[in-house]
Design a protein around this ligand. Structure first.
Ligand SMILES: Nc1ncnc2c1ncn2[C@@H]1O[C@H](COP(=O)(O)OP(=O)(O)OP(=O)(O)O)[C@@H](O)[C@H]1O
Length: 439
């Protein structure tokens, strides 16, 4: 069953709408997660989709009907089951009675008077699915928050709806019940063809279970798509103002979000706008992380040459907001990546080559540095005094030959990070060329 918000404006009577021109299409067979910071309008969206809050503009369509004009509340409840954020139960009903209420949109009269044996079976099944069969005789108000949340899920399941809307369904659940609930709603979507929309705060759970995500910020969708498309460090920063690393989950390949502590050592002293030019850093395997941070703190803009996804230097570069040329894990830099690196060399003020090992996979980075030096671009090469380049050449000598060419072309050899900064330091704009009194 399709449920769609079509360019809706929602408000609570204030001057400004909470959601503005909002559209979202939910279809049977998919689990869509709605994520976003506090106050971004997630619960308000659920209220509109569940026919509780009428949009000021636009329409909510249930199949081909306008939910607010073409459907009664009872008709809507036959198709849409809602698990609300609040688990408060006003009256002294037993858990089973609460679940039985889910059948009421389908019954001709009073929910308990009109219930048939089949309704009873549906209630039993819903309680079993939600893992609350053993709580049937308990007074709902005496249950724990997590137990009540699962009872309310059972109530929604008892409606046998084509659409289920869940507002923070995992808020009160322990880790085991979180996984159980999301697995259940995932299978309702994928095996029974139900359209499921869940507001979730936990981005990792959202990434793991949802087919699509909508990221809300300020009452608008700022990103909509697969978890990998939506949960990028940039989107998370833009919506939440939080800095995160985005890695891949080791088993399912979905994005894994790790928050970066607001470490004053990292953020202090970094001017948001680099005062100097951009330096392209050839690094990898952690050889560039500390150096990039120091260079950034010194006022340089940073770009990273080709890095494989999963490389620790990629995390550091992302943390510093540095553009990177990305390559798949354990894969040699592609022709496209090499083109991007060479283009980056053209516009960089300088190139720094860390003491990263070179193999066939990243040799193109070293070649790009050589091209920079040959084009009279300042290139600084890091080689600690007690190491030999041959120790980090895994190309059978090809990298060593490039390295020698690089130094012959005028690259500056330094032995540590201080040396890199010193070599770069006098290079205030305008950018002088090699041969000027620069290094
Ligand atoms: N009943 C109401 N009356 C007036 N304003 C409201 C009401 N409910 C919500 N709002 C406002 O609407 C905006 C969106 O609130 P909403 O509850 O939809 O956000 P949310 O994304 O679900 O937040 P949270 O993550 O904190 O649950 C907020 O500014 C909130 O203060």
């Amino acid at each position: 069953m399709r449920l769609a918000a079509e360019k809706i404006d929602l408000d609570y009577g204030g001057a400004e709408p909470v959601l503005r021109g909002f559209s979202l299409d939910l279809r049977g067979g998919e689990l869509v997660g709605v994520v976003g910071p506090n106050g971004s309008g997630k619960s308000t969206l659920i209220r509109a989709l569940s026919r509780t809050l009428r949009p000021r503009r636009g329409a909510v369509m249930l199949a081909e009907h306008d939910l607010f004009k073409g459907r009664t509340a009872r008709q809507a409840a036959q198709s849409i089951g809602t698990v609300p954020q609040s688990t408060e139960v006003a009256f002294e009903f037993t858990a089973r009675e609460v679940v039985q209420m889910g059948r009421s949109p389908h019954l001709p009269r009073h929910p308990f008077a009109g219930a048939t044996a089949r309704d009873g079976e549906i209630v039993d099944r819903a309680m079993a699915q939600a893992g609350v069969a053993h709580l049937g005789d308990r007074i709902a108000s005496t249950l724990s928050g997590g137990e009540r949340q699962r009872v309310l899920l059972a109530r929604a399941l008892a409606q046998e709806p084509g659409v289920i809307l869940l507002d923070e369904p995992t808020a009160h659940l322990d880790i085991h019940h979180q996984a159980q609930l999301l697995s259940l709603v995932h299978s309702l979507a994928h095996e029974d063809g139900v359209a499921v929309l869940a507001v979730l705060h936990d981005l990792n759970l959202a990434a793991e279970y949802c087919d699509r995500l909508a990221l809300l910020h300020g009452g608008q969708v700022v990103a909509l798509g697969s978890p990998a498309e939506v949960l990028t460090a940039e989107h998370v920063r833009a919506a939440y103002g939080a800095r995160v690393w985005v890695r891949r989950h080791p088993t399912n390949g979905r994005p894994l979000i790790l928050s970066i502590p607001e470490d004053p050592d990292i953020s202090d002293g970094i001017d948001p706008i680099p005062a100097l030019g951009d330096v392209l850093v050839v690094c990898g395997g952690g050889t560039g992380a500390g150096l990039m941070l120091r260079m950034r703190q010194a006022g340089w803009g940073i770009r990273a040459a080709g890095l494989n996804i999963g490389d620790t230097d990629l995390e550091a570069a992302e943390m510093l907001g540095a553009p990177c040329v990305l390559e798949a894990p354990f894969t040699a830099l592609s022709e496209d990546a090499v083109r991007q690196i060479e283009a980056s060399v053209q516009t960089a003020a300088a190139v720094v080559v860390t003491d990263v090992p070179f193999g066939r996979a990243n040799l193109a980075n070293l070649r790009a540095a050589l091209h920079a030096a040959q084009a009279d671009k300042p290139v600084v090469c890091l080689q600690s005094s007690d190491a030999k380049f041959s120790d980090r050449d895994f190309t059978g000598g090809e990298a060593a030959a490039l390295w020698d060419e690089l130094l012959a072309a005028g690259a500056i050899l330094v032995t540590d990070g201080d040396g890199v900064l010193e070599a770069l330091e006098p290079r205030q704009s305008p950018q002088p060329s090699r041969g000027d009194d620069v290094f």
